[in-house]
Design a protein around this ligand. Structure first.
Ligand SMILES: [Fe+2]
Length: 341
């Protein structure tokens, strides 16, 4: 072990090509503590494995790491939150690790949480990110303003309703977490809607395996352009892992580019796309709530779709948004749960 890994950080010190192509085990025995000692030839290299390590790393038990799959999540729809939505006090999340763990578990399992009583100060959304991870800057800046603008470069900056979508599928990699912080809210309408995209994809699979497979195997283009920007991606709407489990969804009607799938697949693509759109718009999948002043919602942008109802031109609605990434937030959760020990 000391020869093969750095003692301080546990990182491996040799590459696979340093190993002989044929390796033999000359001797293997268990000591009194249960550790297994293995002598490898021709290198005459001795390794010691604890029972715990062997169990955790046994590939026959298939206990592989996977924290993004639908199998690791609690899929939800409108009636899943009879005990209330995951609203958490910002002050308690800041001062108490137990609340922070609850918030991050809610993000991991349900794909979102909402913080209450966040100070309505300019740039506060970036402070919240700094307490959890790191800001992912984009062409919109470190943060972006969501309020009505004259000649907006994005429909988000109008008073129109927005259908359910994930943000920025035209980026590769996509920002995996979005935060929206409400600074002012005196308009009529403008409610927030969330839909569990994994649930919507699983319903599509239940109703039509064929349509589901079409969307997992059709790679399509998303695009965003303005005078200074031209962002493009080529990705599937529903992404699976090696066990055919859903791990990511991308859905954004506003930024889907011309569909370029093979001619003989075009009809089946549109059939599947229409079917999934219809599932996503079902009322029984939507949770709707008002993001009041000082509330901040944080959601997994690879899973949870967001939407808003249209709002009046009178009154003010001002949100500040920003992006961060799941890996940093999961890292914090794993550390708080002691998984790095
Ligand atoms: Fe959005």
């Amino acid at each position: 072990m000391p020869e093969s890994r750095n003692l301080d950080n546990g990182q491996r010190l040799f590459s696979v090509k340093d190993l002989p192509s044929s390796v033999l085990i000359e001797d293997a025995h268990k000591d009194r503590e249960g550790n297994v000692h293995v002598l490898f030839q021709p290198e005459n290299h001795s390794s010691v494995f604890s029972q715990k390590w062997l169990r955790e790393n046994c590939y026959e038990l298939n206990s592989h790491f996977e924290d993004r799959s639908e199998k690791q999540k609690k899929l939800w729809q409108k009636d899943s939150f009879d005990n209330g939505l995951p609203f958490i006090s910002y002050e308690s999340m800041r001062s108490d690790d137990t609340s922070k763990v609850l918030a991050l578990r809610s993000l991991r399992d349900s794909g979102f949480f909402v913080l209450n009583d966040v100070p309505t100060q300019d740039g506060q959304v970036l402070k919240v990110i700094s307490e959890l991870g790191f800001t992912r800057e984009t062409n919109y800046g470190a943060l972006f303003e969501v309020r009505t603008e004259i000649n907006p470069n994005n429909l988000a900056y109008t008073n129109l309703g927005l259908g359910s979508h994930t943000d920025n599928p035209y980026r590769d990699p996509v920002p995996t977490v979005q935060l929206l912080h409400c600074l002012e809210s005196s308009t009529k309408g403008g409610d927030s809607i969330l839909v569990d995209g994994f649930k919507a994809a699983s319903i599509l699979r239940d109703e039509s395996k064929e349509n589901f497979l079409t969307l997992t195997s059709s790679w399509i283009n998303y695009r965003f352009t303005d005078s200074k920007t031209d962002l493009r991606s080529r990705v599937p709407m529903i992404e699976l892992n090696d066990n055919n489990e859903i791990i990511k969804v991308r859905y954004n009607n506003r930024s889907i580019d011309t569909i370029k799938v093979p001619k003989d697949k075009m009809r089946s693509f549109y059939k599947a796309y229409r079917h999934w759109s219809e599932v996503i718009e079902r009322d029984e999948l939507k949770i709707q709530f008002r993001l009041s002043e000082g509330s901040l919602m944080l959601f997994d942008n690879t899973r949870v779709m967001h939407a808003r109802t249209k709002f009046s031109k009178t009154g003010k609605r001002h949100l500040q948004g920003a992006y961060t990434d799941l890996d940093g937030l999961y890292s914090l959760l794993n550390t708080l749960e002691g998984k790095n020990k």
